[in-house]
Design a protein around this ligand. Structure first.
Ligand code: SF4
Length: 452
């Protein structure tokens, strides 16, 4: 029996293991390990399965889900069987996200997993009436914040001093959006939180399966976004048992199974307990000494993984592009390292860049500050459009040939850097520019007059 396939145009549907999504390079399946981690043998087995049943590309998404690409209708069943045989239990039901280090993080206020499991079970009967993208975040206050997750209900453990008794935690409750824009909804003691969340989800269910929490809220006055906590999984994180987790980033969120084999072997050599997919395209090896982490990190770096939070590639999203994807007009992922290099001076975390090989925009469905989109023009591929503050689907007309892209971006990056005022982020500099100011720069070596 073959699994039902979700057409590529149907938004709001998650390409779960049992409902693969059609993409330009075959079927894509998404998997979130229910436990939040994979043993080293499971990771090796998953790499084998990606090679045997897909095109060998394994991705970790911005939310820390694992994706396998390039499957066929015939290979989805065997992939499911392989995942089952590996003892990997995919998460099902209401997505309740916690930090991948929940329960072992030395910094956390509380182990978020218990409350998350309760909320997951409690919402089971509401699922048929909730939208496919409705989710809850339970943030235990550890080193890896989930502030960037856009969610319907967010619970954040509040650090309390003194009189708080063990097991009696207070959760701040926020509704609709990421931590910068969510609406505060008060606080709940640990024992009251499940009922509160249940009542919020019931309100949502009553609005129908397309509703999100923002639809259930009265219009709120615009307020400046709150600062969000750094969430990169790259680095060394202290664990409760005195060991460390070492996190690295997958280049543009993807690694070939052959490289994942090498990385898993390095984790084994380093004495890692497990590997944990993490938000922001990360992978964490847990249970390491700092010395062992150095070895793991060195192997990751040799494989092209990100080992520094300052790596400009962190701020560039790119889809597989040509030749992997049949819909592609440009080699997006092959161009992406050069894009990051060309703009390195201004990729300070305030600018997001998206390289999309067609207008579908798989790698970054949300708007980005700068989106470079592959288009066909005059029956020729290899043309690139620029979208400012928008999505790949907003691209209208091609500006330049892909071969001219990197020198053009280098000019643009240099000009933005030169125009920065003291203390100003690159995003703020870009925001000062009039909407039409960028195009001439990409088209030719024009010297733009920026106002300091
Ligand atoms: S955005 Fe990229 S991966 Fe997605 S369909 Fe277009 S070319 Fe393929």
């Amino acid at each position: 029996m073959t699994a039902p396939v979700t057409p590529p145009t149907r938004r709001g549907i998650c390409p779960a293991l049992t409902a693969p999504m059609a993409t330009g390079d075959g079927l894509l399946v998404r998997l979130v390990p229910a436990d939040g981690w994979l043993t080293l043998d499971q990771m090796k087995g998953l790499a084998d399965a990606a090679r045997a049943h897909g095109n060998g590309i394994i991705e970790i998404t911005a939310k820390g889900s694992v994706q396998l690409r390039g499957l066929t209708e015939q290979s989805v069943g065997p992939l499911n069987a392989a995942v089952n045989a590996l003892g990997i239990t995919p998460r099902t039901g209401l997505p309740v996200d916690v930090s991948p280090l929940s329960g072992i993080d030395a910094q956390e206020v509380v182990d978020a997993r218990l409350l998350a499991a309760r909320l997951h079970d409690m919402a089971a009967d509401l699922l048929p009436r909730l939208g496919a993208k409705v989710s809850v975040v339970v943030d235990g206050g550890g080193a890896l914040s989930l502030d960037a997750f856009k969610t319907d209900v967010r619970l954040v453990a509040r650090p309390m001093k003194g009189a708080q008794t063990k097991g009696e935690k207070t959760w701040d409750v926020w509704l609709a959006g990421d931590a910068a824009r969510a609406l505060p909804f008060g606080a709940a003691r640990g024992r009251d939180a499940p009922e509160l969340v249940r009542s919020l989800l019931e309100r949502l269910a009553a609005l129908g399966p397309s509703a999100r929490m923002a639809d259930a809220l009265p219009p709120a006055p615009a307020v400046p976004p709150r600062p969000m906590r750094e969430a990169s999984p790259i680095g060394l994180f202290a664990l409760k048992d005195g060991t460390f987790a070492c996190g690295v980033g997958l280049p543009f969120g993807a690694l070939h199974a052959d490289d994942l084999d090498v990385l898993a072997a390095a984790a084994r050599t380093a004495g890692a307990r497990d590997l944990r997919p993490a938000p922001d395209h990360g992978l964490l090896a847990t249970g390491l000494t700092p010395q062992a982490a150095d070895g793991f990190r060195a192997t990751a770096q040799a494989l092209g993984c990100l080992i520094s939070v300052d790596d400009p590639r962190r701020f560039v999203a790119a889809c597989p592009g040509a030749p992997a994807c049949a819909s592609a007009h440009i080699p997006a992922r092959a161009l992406a390292p050069q894009v990051a290099q060309a703009l390195a001076e201004v990729l300070d975390g305030s600018l997001s860049v998206h390289v999309s090989a067609c207008t579908k925009g798989c790698a970054h469905p949300a708007p980005a500050h700068l989106t470079l989109v592959g288009l066909a023009a005059d029956a020729m591929d290899n043309r690139v459009a620029l979208v400012r503050e928008g999505r790949a689907g907003d691209a209208t007309r091609p500006l330049l040939a892909a071969e001219a892209l990197i020198p053009a971006l280098a000019r643009l990056g240099g000009a933005l850097a030169a125009a920065r005022r003291p203390g100003e982020s690159a995003g703020e500099t870009l925001a000062r520019l009039p909407p039409a100011a960028l195009e001439p720069f990409l088209l030719e070596s024009a010297v733009l007059e920026f106002t300091r």
